[in-house]
Design a protein around this ligand. Structure first.
Ligand code: HEM
Length: 146
């Protein structure tokens, strides 16, 4: 409220304001923990390995799942409970809070939250192959929010 009150009638939040809104950020993280926007991703197995007594052969496709990590009581006690204070201080251990993945293929979109973007071809057609996709691969122009 303090930040909102310091703003003019049409003045938007900037990156600095958002950095100060620690509690709002903790709420956003807790929402993404309990309801991750992306449920996980696939990985092609490039070498045989064992996990939990199962042999996973090279060439298989595996799926890593965000929910199973976010609801693991070892990392998030009482995991079903909505509790933003989990993100206080140092927050969850590395690789336990993974709405954007982790490691080299972590979502690069995380950083784009700081940018506005516009379609470079406003009336770009949608083609079907067979899923609907933008005909020219959706070129965009981006500019920083601040
Ligand atoms: C709340 C919004 C978003 C969430 C929760 C999210 C989540 C994810 C997750 C879980 C992955 C998989 C990472 C992995 O395979 O280990 C991913 C990959 C990716 N995301 Fe996002 N994403 C979001 C927004 C965006 C946006 C806005 C963009 C682009 C503008 C984007 C671009 C990508 C790309 C290109 C990859 C593939 C990265 C790679 O394989 O190297 N994402 N995202």
């Amino acid at each position: 409220m303090e930040i909102a009150r310091s703003k003019g009638p049409d003045e938007l939040l900037n990156w600095e304001d958002i950095q100060k809104m620690r509690y709002s950020w903790m709420v956003a993280c807790e929402v993404m923990r309990l309801s991750p926007p992306v449920p996980g991703a696939f990985r092609r197995v490039i070498t045989d390995f064992s996990y939990s007594g199962f042999t996973i052969p090279k060439g298989w496709k595996t799926h890593w799942n965000v929910y199973s990590t976010h609801l693991d009581h070892r990392y998030f006690p009482d995991p079903e409970k909505f509790d933003p204070s989990r993100f206080q201080g140092r927050g969850p251990a590395p690789f336990t809070f993974v709405p954007f993945g982790g490691g080299p293929h972590m979502c690069p979109g995380k950083e784009y939250a700081r940018f506005r973007w516009k379609k470079a071809i406003p009336d770009e057609k949608i083609i079907y192959k067979p899923l609907p996709v933008p005909a020219s691969d959706l070129p965009i122009r981006i500019e920083p929010c601040i």
